[in-house]
Design a protein around this ligand. Sequence first.
Ligand SMILES: Nc1ncnc2c1ncn2[C@@H]1O[C@H](COP(=O)(O)OP(=O)(O)O)[C@@H](O)[C@H]1O
Ligand SMILES: [Mg+2]
Length: 173
Amino acid sequence: MSAVSSGNPSEHQHTGGGETPPRAWLRVLIAAPGTGKSTWCRDRAELGAVLSTDRARAEIGTGEEDQAASAAAFDLVQARAADHLAAGRDVTIDATGAHPRDRARWRALAAEHGAAPVAVRLRCSLLETLRRNRSRPRRVPALVVVRMWWTVRTLTRRRLRREGFAEVYDVAT
Ligand SMILES: Nc1ncnc2c1ncn2[C@@H]1O[C@H](COP(=O)(O)OP(=O)(O)O)[C@@H](O)[C@H]1O
Ligand SMILES: [Mg+2]
């Protein structure tokens, strides 16, 4: 079974046969800010509905960086993801996925809808991640990037499988 291959997400396939409807995929991106998550998701139709918590913050709050709007933004993304999964559509969560509680939330949502939770780690060196972060209009404080990059870097495949992800993929960006 392949949800997203390490380099080529177009190899994405559903499983299922006979009269059983195929399971939807709920992909959870895992990467520090600046890695290139949103860029990677762009124009990849095979990812299904790409739902960004940054964009939801901008919709609900004062902008993508509005941390005060985080809880409401996550709720909005969850509600939208639930609608897509209920309709049998794949969903990709464009967020850092660095905190265990966030990953648990998305897995619980997948379970509610019989979808397969998949972790997709996007990999980029720390120096390049910091460079990319500096190059864009909305910069995240460098210390936050470094901390999250390290958290993601030390997150093992085994740990993610144990948490309950059906598949874990690594993609270089
Ligand atoms: N593969 C890449 N090569 C070079 N620059 C990239 C690449 N992917 C993204 N970027 C640039 O890095 C910056 C951060 O990318 P973005 O997709 O917004 O990251 P994230 O969503 O992970 O925070 C943007 O300016 C983007 O244009
Ligand atoms: Mg982004």
